[in-house]
Design a protein around this ligand. Structure first.
Ligand code: BGC
Length: 489
Protein backbone atom coordinates (compact mmCIF):
# COMPACT_ATOMS: atom_id res chain seq x y z
CA UNK A 1 0.00 0.00 0.00
CA UNK A 2 1.38 3.48 -0.87
CA UNK A 3 2.10 5.96 1.98
CA UNK A 4 -0.67 8.38 2.94
CA UNK A 5 -0.75 11.40 0.60
CA UNK A 6 -1.71 14.99 1.37
CA UNK A 7 -5.51 15.01 1.36
CA UNK A 8 -7.73 16.75 -1.21
CA UNK A 9 -8.43 19.69 1.17
CA UNK A 10 -4.69 20.16 1.74
CA UNK A 11 -4.76 18.62 5.24
CA UNK A 12 -2.87 15.58 6.49
CA UNK A 13 -3.92 12.67 8.70
CA UNK A 14 -3.23 13.14 12.41
CA UNK A 15 -0.55 10.90 13.99
CA UNK A 16 -3.33 8.98 15.79
CA UNK A 17 -5.14 8.36 12.51
CA UNK A 18 -1.91 7.22 10.84
CA UNK A 19 -1.20 4.86 13.73
CA UNK A 20 -4.71 3.39 13.70
CA UNK A 21 -4.53 2.85 9.94
CA UNK A 22 -1.16 1.15 10.28
CA UNK A 23 -2.66 -1.19 12.83
CA UNK A 24 -5.50 -2.03 10.42
CA UNK A 25 -3.03 -2.47 7.57
CA UNK A 26 -1.20 -5.01 9.66
CA UNK A 27 -4.50 -6.77 10.45
CA UNK A 28 -5.31 -7.18 6.76
CA UNK A 29 -1.82 -8.05 5.57
CA UNK A 30 -1.70 -10.41 2.57
CA UNK A 31 2.04 -10.59 1.96
CA UNK A 32 3.59 -13.13 -0.45
CA UNK A 33 4.75 -15.41 2.43
CA UNK A 34 1.16 -15.66 3.59
CA UNK A 35 0.05 -16.64 0.09
CA UNK A 36 2.71 -19.36 0.05
CA UNK A 37 1.38 -20.59 3.40
CA UNK A 38 -2.10 -20.79 1.91
CA UNK A 39 -0.79 -22.94 -0.96
CA UNK A 40 1.07 -25.30 1.36
CA UNK A 41 -1.77 -25.44 3.88
CA UNK A 42 -4.35 -26.00 1.16
CA UNK A 43 -2.38 -28.89 -0.39
CA UNK A 44 -2.02 -30.57 3.00
CA UNK A 45 -5.71 -30.13 3.78
CA UNK A 46 -6.69 -31.43 0.32
CA UNK A 47 -4.66 -34.61 0.87
CA UNK A 48 -6.26 -35.18 4.25
CA UNK A 49 -9.77 -34.55 2.96
CA UNK A 50 -9.29 -36.96 0.06
CA UNK A 51 -8.01 -39.70 2.34
CA UNK A 52 -10.50 -39.60 5.25
CA UNK A 53 -14.07 -38.47 5.88
CA UNK A 54 -14.89 -35.66 8.35
CA UNK A 55 -11.82 -33.52 7.67
CA UNK A 56 -11.67 -29.72 7.68
CA UNK A 57 -11.67 -29.63 3.89
CA UNK A 58 -14.54 -31.99 3.15
CA UNK A 59 -13.34 -32.78 -0.44
CA UNK A 60 -16.70 -34.23 -1.44
CA UNK A 61 -16.94 -36.64 -4.40
CA UNK A 62 -19.58 -35.49 -6.89
CA UNK A 63 -20.10 -38.81 -8.75
CA UNK A 64 -19.42 -36.94 -11.98
CA UNK A 65 -16.56 -38.64 -13.80
CA UNK A 66 -14.79 -36.73 -16.55
CA UNK A 67 -15.79 -33.40 -17.97
CA UNK A 68 -18.38 -32.54 -20.60
CA UNK A 69 -17.45 -32.74 -24.28
CA UNK A 70 -19.70 -29.98 -25.60
CA UNK A 71 -21.70 -32.57 -27.56
CA UNK A 72 -24.26 -33.22 -24.80
CA UNK A 73 -27.74 -32.85 -26.17
CA UNK A 74 -31.21 -32.86 -24.63
CA UNK A 75 -33.76 -31.05 -22.53
CA UNK A 76 -34.29 -31.08 -18.79
CA UNK A 77 -35.19 -28.95 -15.83
CA UNK A 78 -32.72 -27.34 -13.47
CA UNK A 79 -33.34 -26.06 -9.97
CA UNK A 80 -30.95 -23.64 -8.31
CA UNK A 81 -31.11 -23.19 -4.52
CA UNK A 82 -28.41 -21.44 -2.55
CA UNK A 83 -29.23 -17.88 -1.60
CA UNK A 84 -31.94 -15.25 -1.49
CA UNK A 85 -33.79 -16.67 -4.50
CA UNK A 86 -34.38 -20.04 -6.01
CA UNK A 87 -34.67 -20.50 -9.72
CA UNK A 88 -36.36 -23.07 -11.92
CA UNK A 89 -35.04 -23.37 -15.46
CA UNK A 90 -35.79 -25.38 -18.53
CA UNK A 91 -32.53 -25.97 -20.38
CA UNK A 92 -32.12 -27.31 -23.89
CA UNK A 93 -28.54 -28.31 -24.68
CA UNK A 94 -28.01 -28.15 -28.42
CA UNK A 95 -25.03 -30.51 -28.62
CA UNK A 96 -22.57 -27.85 -29.84
CA UNK A 97 -19.93 -26.43 -27.44
CA UNK A 98 -21.51 -23.69 -25.36
CA UNK A 99 -24.83 -23.75 -27.26
CA UNK A 100 -28.09 -23.94 -25.32
CA UNK A 101 -31.41 -22.21 -24.82
CA UNK A 102 -32.99 -21.55 -21.45
CA UNK A 103 -36.21 -20.30 -19.92
CA UNK A 104 -36.35 -19.54 -16.24
CA UNK A 105 -38.39 -18.21 -13.37
CA UNK A 106 -37.03 -16.79 -10.11
CA UNK A 107 -38.72 -16.98 -6.71
CA UNK A 108 -37.70 -14.96 -3.67
CA UNK A 109 -37.32 -17.00 -0.50
CA UNK A 110 -38.82 -15.08 2.43
CA UNK A 111 -36.59 -14.94 5.50
CA UNK A 112 -39.19 -16.87 7.52
CA UNK A 113 -38.80 -19.83 5.16
CA UNK A 114 -35.03 -19.91 5.64
CA UNK A 115 -35.57 -20.80 9.28
CA UNK A 116 -38.83 -22.79 9.00
CA UNK A 117 -38.86 -26.63 9.15
CA UNK A 118 -37.16 -28.07 6.06
CA UNK A 119 -40.40 -29.66 4.81
CA UNK A 120 -41.92 -26.16 4.49
CA UNK A 121 -38.95 -24.90 2.50
CA UNK A 122 -39.10 -27.88 0.12
CA UNK A 123 -42.89 -27.54 -0.24
CA UNK A 124 -42.40 -23.91 -1.24
CA UNK A 125 -39.83 -25.01 -3.83
CA UNK A 126 -42.12 -27.75 -5.18
CA UNK A 127 -44.85 -25.11 -5.57
CA UNK A 128 -42.38 -23.01 -7.56
CA UNK A 129 -41.60 -25.95 -9.85
CA UNK A 130 -45.34 -26.52 -10.28
CA UNK A 131 -45.94 -22.88 -11.22
CA UNK A 132 -43.00 -23.01 -13.65
CA UNK A 133 -44.39 -26.11 -15.36
CA UNK A 134 -47.83 -24.50 -15.65
CA UNK A 135 -46.16 -21.87 -17.76
CA UNK A 136 -43.46 -23.72 -19.67
CA UNK A 137 -44.23 -27.47 -19.88
CA UNK A 138 -45.49 -29.05 -23.10
CA UNK A 139 -49.25 -29.82 -23.09
CA UNK A 140 -48.50 -33.59 -22.61
CA UNK A 141 -46.20 -32.88 -19.70
CA UNK A 142 -48.76 -30.58 -18.11
CA UNK A 143 -51.37 -33.31 -18.22
CA UNK A 144 -48.87 -35.90 -16.98
CA UNK A 145 -49.41 -37.74 -20.28
CA UNK A 146 -45.79 -37.90 -21.45
CA UNK A 147 -44.27 -41.40 -21.21
CA UNK A 148 -41.63 -40.53 -18.61
CA UNK A 149 -41.16 -38.04 -15.79
CA UNK A 150 -39.17 -34.91 -16.62
CA UNK A 151 -35.63 -35.14 -15.26
CA UNK A 152 -34.23 -32.37 -13.10
CA UNK A 153 -30.68 -31.36 -12.17
CA UNK A 154 -30.66 -29.86 -8.67
CA UNK A 155 -27.94 -27.32 -7.84
CA UNK A 156 -27.83 -27.10 -4.07
CA UNK A 157 -25.14 -24.71 -2.85
CA UNK A 158 -24.47 -26.08 0.61
CA UNK A 159 -22.11 -28.78 1.87
CA UNK A 160 -23.53 -32.20 1.08
CA UNK A 161 -21.98 -35.67 1.33
CA UNK A 162 -23.11 -37.44 -1.81
CA UNK A 163 -23.58 -41.19 -1.88
CA UNK A 164 -24.81 -41.26 -5.48
CA UNK A 165 -25.38 -38.63 -8.16
CA UNK A 166 -28.99 -38.37 -6.99
CA UNK A 167 -28.47 -38.76 -3.24
CA UNK A 168 -26.76 -36.40 -0.79
CA UNK A 169 -26.90 -35.80 2.95
CA UNK A 170 -26.68 -32.20 4.15
CA UNK A 171 -23.67 -31.63 6.38
CA UNK A 172 -24.70 -28.20 7.64
CA UNK A 173 -26.65 -25.15 6.57
CA UNK A 174 -24.93 -21.80 6.08
CA UNK A 175 -25.58 -18.39 4.41
CA UNK A 176 -28.46 -17.67 6.82
CA UNK A 177 -30.44 -20.92 6.27
CA UNK A 178 -31.06 -22.92 9.44
CA UNK A 179 -34.14 -25.04 8.49
CA UNK A 180 -34.48 -27.80 11.09
CA UNK A 181 -34.99 -31.34 9.84
CA UNK A 182 -32.53 -31.30 6.95
CA UNK A 183 -29.04 -31.82 8.39
CA UNK A 184 -28.04 -35.48 7.91
CA UNK A 185 -30.97 -36.07 5.53
CA UNK A 186 -30.93 -36.73 1.79
CA UNK A 187 -31.93 -33.40 0.24
CA UNK A 188 -32.98 -35.10 -3.00
CA UNK A 189 -35.41 -37.23 -0.96
CA UNK A 190 -36.79 -34.10 0.73
CA UNK A 191 -37.42 -32.45 -2.63
CA UNK A 192 -38.71 -35.61 -4.27
CA UNK A 193 -41.22 -36.17 -1.42
CA UNK A 194 -42.53 -32.62 -1.78
CA UNK A 195 -42.91 -33.16 -5.55
CA UNK A 196 -44.70 -36.51 -5.09
CA UNK A 197 -47.11 -35.03 -2.56
CA UNK A 198 -48.18 -32.54 -5.22
CA UNK A 199 -48.32 -35.18 -7.96
CA UNK A 200 -45.59 -33.40 -9.95
CA UNK A 201 -44.04 -35.80 -12.48
CA UNK A 202 -40.44 -34.69 -12.09
CA UNK A 203 -37.51 -36.94 -11.11
CA UNK A 204 -34.36 -35.47 -9.59
CA UNK A 205 -31.61 -37.28 -11.47
CA UNK A 206 -28.56 -35.21 -10.50
CA UNK A 207 -27.62 -33.29 -7.36
CA UNK A 208 -24.68 -30.93 -7.54
CA UNK A 209 -22.98 -28.06 -5.79
CA UNK A 210 -22.93 -24.68 -7.58
CA UNK A 211 -19.14 -24.92 -8.02
CA UNK A 212 -19.62 -28.29 -9.72
CA UNK A 213 -22.29 -26.61 -11.86
CA UNK A 214 -19.82 -23.87 -12.82
CA UNK A 215 -17.24 -26.49 -13.78
CA UNK A 216 -19.74 -28.49 -15.85
CA UNK A 217 -21.13 -25.40 -17.60
CA UNK A 218 -17.63 -24.19 -18.40
CA UNK A 219 -16.57 -27.61 -19.68
CA UNK A 220 -19.64 -27.75 -21.95
CA UNK A 221 -18.02 -24.75 -23.63
CA UNK A 222 -14.34 -25.55 -23.03
CA UNK A 223 -13.72 -29.30 -22.47
CA UNK A 224 -10.29 -28.50 -21.02
CA UNK A 225 -11.88 -27.07 -17.87
CA UNK A 226 -10.28 -28.20 -14.64
CA UNK A 227 -11.98 -26.01 -12.05
CA UNK A 228 -15.22 -24.22 -11.26
CA UNK A 229 -15.30 -21.57 -8.55
CA UNK A 230 -17.89 -19.31 -6.96
CA UNK A 231 -16.66 -16.02 -5.54
CA UNK A 232 -19.85 -14.34 -4.39
CA UNK A 233 -21.99 -14.33 -1.26
CA UNK A 234 -20.40 -17.69 -0.47
CA UNK A 235 -17.08 -18.99 -1.68
CA UNK A 236 -16.00 -22.41 -2.84
CA UNK A 237 -14.28 -24.40 -5.60
CA UNK A 238 -14.67 -27.72 -7.38
CA UNK A 239 -11.95 -29.30 -9.48
CA UNK A 240 -11.15 -32.47 -11.42
CA UNK A 241 -9.13 -34.91 -9.32
CA UNK A 242 -7.59 -38.23 -10.36
CA UNK A 243 -9.57 -41.19 -8.93
CA UNK A 244 -6.34 -42.77 -7.67
CA UNK A 245 -5.89 -39.84 -5.27
CA UNK A 246 -9.43 -39.99 -3.83
CA UNK A 247 -8.45 -42.79 -1.51
CA UNK A 248 -11.42 -42.44 0.85
CA UNK A 249 -13.83 -43.13 -2.00
CA UNK A 250 -15.14 -46.62 -2.73
CA UNK A 251 -16.68 -46.55 -6.23
CA UNK A 252 -18.48 -49.86 -5.58
CA UNK A 253 -20.15 -48.88 -2.30
CA UNK A 254 -23.93 -48.85 -2.40
CA UNK A 255 -25.93 -46.84 0.16
CA UNK A 256 -29.48 -47.93 0.97
CA UNK A 257 -31.84 -45.50 -0.72
CA UNK A 258 -29.20 -44.36 -3.24
CA UNK A 259 -28.77 -45.80 -6.73
CA UNK A 260 -25.96 -48.30 -7.38
CA UNK A 261 -22.92 -47.21 -9.43
CA UNK A 262 -23.76 -47.32 -13.12
CA UNK A 263 -20.27 -47.77 -14.47
CA UNK A 264 -16.77 -48.82 -13.48
CA UNK A 265 -13.93 -46.39 -12.97
CA UNK A 266 -10.16 -46.73 -12.96
CA UNK A 267 -7.40 -44.76 -11.23
CA UNK A 268 -6.71 -42.67 -14.30
CA UNK A 269 -10.30 -41.44 -14.47
CA UNK A 270 -11.00 -38.02 -12.98
CA UNK A 271 -13.88 -37.12 -10.70
CA UNK A 272 -15.16 -33.66 -9.88
CA UNK A 273 -14.52 -32.91 -6.20
CA UNK A 274 -16.43 -30.22 -4.31
CA UNK A 275 -13.77 -28.92 -1.95
CA UNK A 276 -16.00 -26.86 0.40
CA UNK A 277 -13.00 -24.60 0.85
CA UNK A 278 -14.98 -22.17 3.00
CA UNK A 279 -13.91 -24.33 5.95
CA UNK A 280 -10.22 -24.16 5.07
CA UNK A 281 -8.06 -23.40 8.12
CA UNK A 282 -10.94 -23.42 10.61
CA UNK A 283 -8.18 -24.24 13.11
CA UNK A 284 -6.37 -20.95 12.38
CA UNK A 285 -3.00 -22.67 11.81
CA UNK A 286 -2.30 -21.12 8.42
CA UNK A 287 -3.65 -17.56 8.38
CA UNK A 288 -3.77 -15.41 11.50
CA UNK A 289 -7.20 -14.10 12.52
CA UNK A 290 -7.39 -10.43 13.28
CA UNK A 291 -9.58 -8.78 15.94
CA UNK A 292 -12.40 -8.11 13.44
CA UNK A 293 -12.39 -11.71 12.15
CA UNK A 294 -12.83 -12.87 15.73
CA UNK A 295 -15.65 -10.41 16.49
CA UNK A 296 -17.48 -11.39 13.33
CA UNK A 297 -17.10 -15.10 14.02
CA UNK A 298 -18.23 -14.96 17.64
CA UNK A 299 -21.45 -13.19 16.63
CA UNK A 300 -22.12 -15.35 13.56
CA UNK A 301 -24.73 -18.12 13.22
CA UNK A 302 -21.91 -20.70 12.87
CA UNK A 303 -18.96 -19.78 15.13
CA UNK A 304 -15.73 -21.60 14.35
CA UNK A 305 -17.05 -22.77 10.97
CA UNK A 306 -16.38 -21.50 7.42
CA UNK A 307 -13.44 -19.43 8.68
CA UNK A 308 -11.85 -19.01 5.24
CA UNK A 309 -15.20 -18.04 3.73
CA UNK A 310 -15.65 -15.48 6.52
CA UNK A 311 -12.50 -13.73 5.32
CA UNK A 312 -13.04 -13.88 1.59
CA UNK A 313 -16.70 -14.02 0.64
CA UNK A 314 -19.18 -11.29 -0.17
CA UNK A 315 -21.50 -12.06 2.72
CA UNK A 316 -18.88 -10.87 5.20
CA UNK A 317 -16.80 -8.09 3.60
CA UNK A 318 -19.27 -5.32 4.48
CA UNK A 319 -19.50 -6.55 8.05
CA UNK A 320 -15.73 -6.71 8.56
CA UNK A 321 -15.48 -3.18 7.18
CA UNK A 322 -18.28 -1.97 9.50
CA UNK A 323 -16.50 -3.43 12.55
CA UNK A 324 -13.22 -1.73 11.61
CA UNK A 325 -14.85 1.66 10.97
CA UNK A 326 -16.89 1.43 14.18
CA UNK A 327 -13.63 0.89 16.03
CA UNK A 328 -12.15 4.03 14.48
CA UNK A 329 -15.28 6.04 15.27
CA UNK A 330 -15.11 4.92 18.90
CA UNK A 331 -11.52 6.17 18.99
CA UNK A 332 -12.86 9.48 17.59
CA UNK A 333 -10.60 9.18 14.54
CA UNK A 334 -13.33 9.44 11.92
CA UNK A 335 -16.83 11.00 11.53
CA UNK A 336 -15.98 13.24 14.54
CA UNK A 337 -16.61 10.24 16.76
CA UNK A 338 -20.33 10.24 15.90
CA UNK A 339 -22.00 6.82 15.97
CA UNK A 340 -25.20 6.23 13.99
CA UNK A 341 -27.78 3.55 14.53
CA UNK A 342 -26.89 2.02 11.13
CA UNK A 343 -23.21 1.85 12.05
CA UNK A 344 -24.16 -0.27 15.03
CA UNK A 345 -26.38 -2.60 12.98
CA UNK A 346 -24.72 -5.90 12.03
CA UNK A 347 -24.64 -6.71 8.29
CA UNK A 348 -26.08 -3.31 7.34
CA UNK A 349 -23.53 -3.01 4.51
CA UNK A 350 -23.56 -5.42 1.62
CA UNK A 351 -20.64 -5.99 -0.69
CA UNK A 352 -21.95 -3.65 -3.36
CA UNK A 353 -21.23 -0.78 -0.93
CA UNK A 354 -17.65 -1.97 -0.55
CA UNK A 355 -17.19 -2.29 -4.30
CA UNK A 356 -18.66 1.19 -4.84
CA UNK A 357 -16.18 2.62 -2.34
CA UNK A 358 -13.15 0.72 -3.59
CA UNK A 359 -13.84 0.95 -7.33
CA UNK A 360 -14.42 4.72 -7.14
CA UNK A 361 -11.08 6.09 -8.28
CA UNK A 362 -12.06 9.79 -8.31
CA UNK A 363 -9.83 11.94 -6.08
CA UNK A 364 -12.83 13.42 -4.26
CA UNK A 365 -14.67 10.10 -3.91
CA UNK A 366 -17.78 11.32 -5.86
CA UNK A 367 -19.68 8.05 -6.28
CA UNK A 368 -18.80 6.53 -2.93
CA UNK A 369 -19.69 9.54 -0.76
CA UNK A 370 -23.51 9.54 -1.12
CA UNK A 371 -23.68 5.74 -0.90
CA UNK A 372 -21.73 5.58 2.34
CA UNK A 373 -23.53 8.58 3.84
CA UNK A 374 -26.90 7.05 3.09
CA UNK A 375 -26.08 3.53 4.24
CA UNK A 376 -24.36 4.61 7.45
CA UNK A 377 -26.62 7.58 8.18
CA UNK A 378 -23.51 9.70 8.75
CA UNK A 379 -22.07 12.77 6.99
CA UNK A 380 -18.41 12.93 6.02
CA UNK A 381 -16.95 15.92 7.87
CA UNK A 382 -13.63 16.30 6.04
CA UNK A 383 -11.29 14.81 3.46
CA UNK A 384 -9.65 12.65 6.15
CA UNK A 385 -12.97 10.88 6.79
CA UNK A 386 -13.34 10.04 3.13
CA UNK A 387 -9.73 8.90 2.92
CA UNK A 388 -9.98 6.63 5.96
CA UNK A 389 -13.23 5.03 4.81
CA UNK A 390 -11.79 4.28 1.40
CA UNK A 391 -8.53 2.99 2.78
CA UNK A 392 -10.19 0.60 5.23
CA UNK A 393 -12.59 -0.75 2.57
CA UNK A 394 -9.67 -1.21 0.20
CA UNK A 395 -7.68 -3.16 2.79
CA UNK A 396 -10.56 -5.49 3.63
CA UNK A 397 -11.26 -6.22 -0.05
CA UNK A 398 -7.54 -6.52 -0.87
CA UNK A 399 -6.99 -9.29 1.66
CA UNK A 400 -10.06 -11.13 0.43
CA UNK A 401 -8.96 -10.96 -3.22
CA UNK A 402 -5.37 -11.97 -2.46
CA UNK A 403 -6.44 -14.96 -0.38
CA UNK A 404 -8.95 -16.09 -3.02
CA UNK A 405 -6.33 -15.80 -5.79
CA UNK A 406 -3.79 -17.81 -3.79
CA UNK A 407 -6.34 -20.53 -3.03
CA UNK A 408 -7.31 -20.79 -6.71
CA UNK A 409 -3.62 -20.97 -7.58
CA UNK A 410 -3.13 -23.75 -5.02
CA UNK A 411 -5.83 -25.84 -6.70
CA UNK A 412 -4.35 -25.33 -10.16
CA UNK A 413 -0.88 -26.28 -8.91
CA UNK A 414 -2.37 -29.42 -7.45
CA UNK A 415 -3.06 -30.46 -11.05
CA UNK A 416 0.47 -29.72 -12.26
CA UNK A 417 0.18 -32.81 -14.50
CA UNK A 418 -2.69 -31.20 -16.44
CA UNK A 419 -0.87 -27.88 -16.41
CA UNK A 420 2.24 -29.49 -17.89
CA UNK A 421 0.16 -30.93 -20.77
CA UNK A 422 -1.50 -27.58 -21.54
CA UNK A 423 -0.37 -25.01 -24.05
CA UNK A 424 -1.28 -21.43 -24.82
CA UNK A 425 -3.36 -22.77 -27.76
CA UNK A 426 -5.13 -25.35 -25.53
CA UNK A 427 -5.13 -23.61 -22.15
CA UNK A 428 -6.36 -25.21 -18.97
CA UNK A 429 -9.61 -23.44 -18.14
CA UNK A 430 -11.10 -22.17 -14.88
CA UNK A 431 -14.77 -21.20 -14.83
CA UNK A 432 -15.53 -18.55 -12.21
CA UNK A 433 -18.89 -17.07 -11.27
CA UNK A 434 -20.09 -14.85 -8.42
CA UNK A 435 -20.72 -11.20 -7.76
CA UNK A 436 -17.27 -10.43 -6.36
CA UNK A 437 -15.60 -11.71 -9.48
CA UNK A 438 -18.14 -10.35 -11.93
CA UNK A 439 -18.99 -6.92 -10.54
CA UNK A 440 -16.11 -5.84 -8.29
CA UNK A 441 -13.35 -4.73 -10.66
CA UNK A 442 -10.63 -4.04 -8.08
CA UNK A 443 -11.32 -7.36 -6.39
CA UNK A 444 -11.00 -9.18 -9.71
CA UNK A 445 -7.75 -7.43 -10.59
CA UNK A 446 -6.17 -8.11 -7.19
CA UNK A 447 -7.37 -11.70 -7.28
CA UNK A 448 -5.87 -12.32 -10.71
CA UNK A 449 -2.61 -10.70 -9.61
CA UNK A 450 -2.35 -12.94 -6.56
CA UNK A 451 -3.27 -15.97 -8.71
CA UNK A 452 -0.46 -14.96 -11.10
CA UNK A 453 2.05 -14.68 -8.24
CA UNK A 454 0.98 -18.10 -7.00
CA UNK A 455 1.07 -20.09 -10.25
CA UNK A 456 4.00 -18.18 -11.77
CA UNK A 457 4.20 -16.03 -14.87
CA UNK A 458 5.14 -18.94 -17.19
CA UNK A 459 2.11 -20.98 -16.25
CA UNK A 460 -0.19 -18.00 -16.73
CA UNK A 461 0.10 -18.33 -20.51
CA UNK A 462 -1.28 -21.88 -20.30
CA UNK A 463 -4.30 -20.90 -18.22
CA UNK A 464 -7.56 -19.23 -19.09
CA UNK A 465 -10.07 -17.78 -16.62
CA UNK A 466 -13.60 -17.55 -17.96
CA UNK A 467 -16.55 -15.81 -16.34
CA UNK A 468 -19.06 -18.66 -16.27
CA UNK A 469 -22.57 -17.35 -15.88
CA UNK A 470 -25.34 -19.73 -15.08
CA UNK A 471 -23.45 -22.79 -13.98
CA UNK A 472 -26.34 -23.55 -11.66
CA UNK A 473 -28.74 -23.83 -14.58
CA UNK A 474 -26.65 -25.01 -17.51
CA UNK A 475 -24.22 -27.00 -15.37
CA UNK A 476 -27.08 -28.86 -13.69
CA UNK A 477 -28.53 -29.70 -17.10
CA UNK A 478 -25.14 -30.88 -18.36
CA UNK A 479 -24.80 -33.19 -15.33
CA UNK A 480 -28.35 -34.57 -15.75
CA UNK A 481 -27.75 -35.23 -19.43
CA UNK A 482 -24.29 -36.76 -18.88
CA UNK A 483 -26.03 -39.06 -16.40
CA UNK A 484 -28.69 -39.92 -18.97
CA UNK A 485 -25.87 -40.76 -21.39
CA UNK A 486 -24.34 -43.10 -18.76
CA UNK A 487 -21.27 -40.94 -18.15
CA UNK A 488 -21.69 -40.48 -14.38
CA UNK A 489 -21.21 -42.99 -11.59
C1 BGC B 1 -21.30 -23.29 0.52
C2 BGC B 1 -20.83 -23.98 -0.74
C3 BGC B 1 -21.11 -23.13 -1.95
C4 BGC B 1 -20.54 -21.73 -1.77
C5 BGC B 1 -20.84 -20.82 -2.96
C6 BGC B 1 -20.72 -21.87 0.57
O1 BGC B 1 -21.26 -21.18 1.66
O2 BGC B 1 -20.86 -24.00 1.65
O3 BGC B 1 -21.45 -25.24 -0.87
O4 BGC B 1 -20.53 -23.74 -3.07
O5 BGC B 1 -21.08 -21.15 -0.61
O6 BGC B 1 -22.20 -20.66 -3.13
Amino acid sequence: MPPHPTLSDGSCLSPAQVQALEHIENDFRAAPELLQNIVRGMHKAMDLGLSKPDQTLAMLPSYIVGSATGNEKGRCLALDLGGTNFRVCEVLLLGQPGQYTMQQKKFKIPHTLKIAPATQLFSFIADGIHSFLEEFATPEERQGASCSAISLGFTFSFPVVQRALNYGELLQWNKGFTNPGAVGKDVVGLLQDALHTRGIEVTVTALLNDTVGALMACSYHYPNTVMGAILGTGSNTAYMERMSRITKFDPLAVTPGASAPKRQVCGEDEMVINMEWGAFDNEGDVIPYNRYDRMLDVNSTNPGCQMFEKRISGLYLGEIFRLAILDMVRLKLVFNGKISCALETPYVLDTSVISTIVDDASPDFCEGTPVVEEKLGLQFTCAADRYIVRRVATLVAYRSARFAGAALGAVVLRRDDRLARSTSEEPLTLGIDGSLYEHFTTFRENMVQSFRETVGEDNMTKLRIVLTKDGSGVGAAVAAIMNREGKCL
